[in-house]
Write a protein that binds this ligand. Structure first.
Ligand SMILES: Nc1ncnc2c1ncn2[C@@H]1O[C@H](COP(=O)(O)OP(=O)(O)O)[C@@H](O)[C@H]1O
Ligand SMILES: [Mg+2]
Length: 263
């Protein structure tokens, strides 16, 4: 098992925010976490990366990565894992990418910060290869661009390229498409599936849209008020939802061209 989350409880200070969360992930699987705003999705994702904000901490339970507990990891342990074992793409990678520095400078610096033995030239080549891999045309031009010169979809592809450059085993994506228009959303979702297929990476994606979850996932978790109210295979959750909240979410999936995205 690649990742096992056992009875996880996460608190900010002494306020319990997520409780009794258990799930697991195998190599190459895609798991979606869906649920309304404030249900604890980001909190779970951040706990998995060891980057809970403020006074957030794992207050009980365990997270096992390849069988080893990571809840007592030091900052240094997390630094070693992040990027290489697991990595994250954000809602709008434009926020992560420094606006006043060219994509190429940031990408090569990122590579060299993780692998200081890499020459600038090799880092540049690695970056260009990854940009081409996520279907960005003219990667050299992208490298030479400022983030604001790229569309939201292109920036998000840059985010995926940076996240995947060291071929991590798990890619975490927190609402990676919510800042994009519908057409671009679908392209980025397909790109994440492609990345999974190419690198056999497992993916955990947080999404508001149960249609997106249904399209791409092997497993789905539904969260409400800090609890997992439903979880199972895609077929179980979409085909035979048990919880009334899941049924509500399914009913809320937009119909496009007479079809729901997940049909
Ligand atoms: N830095 C923080 N400090 C204290 N509470 C927080 C912090 N971040 C989130 N929370 C609380 O945790 C709960 C879940 O938030 P979050 O994980 O962001 O939900 P979601 O991603 O599902 O919208 C919310 O009630 C929120 O107020
Ligand atoms: Mg969130």
């Amino acid at each position: 098992m690649l990742l096992e989350v056992k009875d996880l409880q996460i608190s900010y200070g002494n306020k319990i925010t997520v409780d009794s969360a258990s799930f697991s992930l195998e190599k190459g699987e895609i798991l979606s976490i869906v649920g309304e705003s404030g249900s604890g999705k980001t909190t779970v994702i951040r706990a998995l990366m060891g980057c809970l904000p403020g006074n957030g901490h794992v207050s009980s339970g365990d997270i096992l990565f390849e069988g080893c507990s990571v809840v007592n990891n030091t900052a240094d342990d997390w630094r070693k894992m992040c990027g290489e074992e697991m990595s994250m793409i954000f809602q709008d990678s434009g926020n992560m990418i420094n606006p006043i520095r060219k994509v190429g400078q940031q990408f090569t610096d990122y590579i060299m910060a993780h692998k200081p033995q890499t020459s600038k030239n090799d880092a540049y080549k690695m970056a260009v290869t990854m940009l081409a891999d996520v279907r960005l045309p003219n990667p050299d031009n992208i490298m030479n661009s400022y983030p604001f010169e790229l569309s939201g979809g292109m920036r998000q592809r840059v985010g995926i390229a940076m996240a995947m450059v060291f071929h991590p085993k798990i890619l975490l994506a927190d609402e990676p498409t919510s800042a994009l228009d519908v057409t671009t959303q679908a392209q980025i979702i397909r790109q994440i599936v492609d990345v999974r297929n190419e690198f056999n990476a497992a993916v955990i994606i947080v999404t508001h849209n149960l249609g997106v979850a249904s399209y791409m996932s092997n497993k789905i978790i539904v969260m409400k008020n800090g609890h997992i109210v439903e979880s199972g295979s895609r077929e179980e959750v979409i085909g035979k939802p048990q919880h009334s909240y899941t049924k509500e979410l399914l009913a809320a999936v937009p119909v496009v061209g007479g079809k729901r995205y997940y049909e």
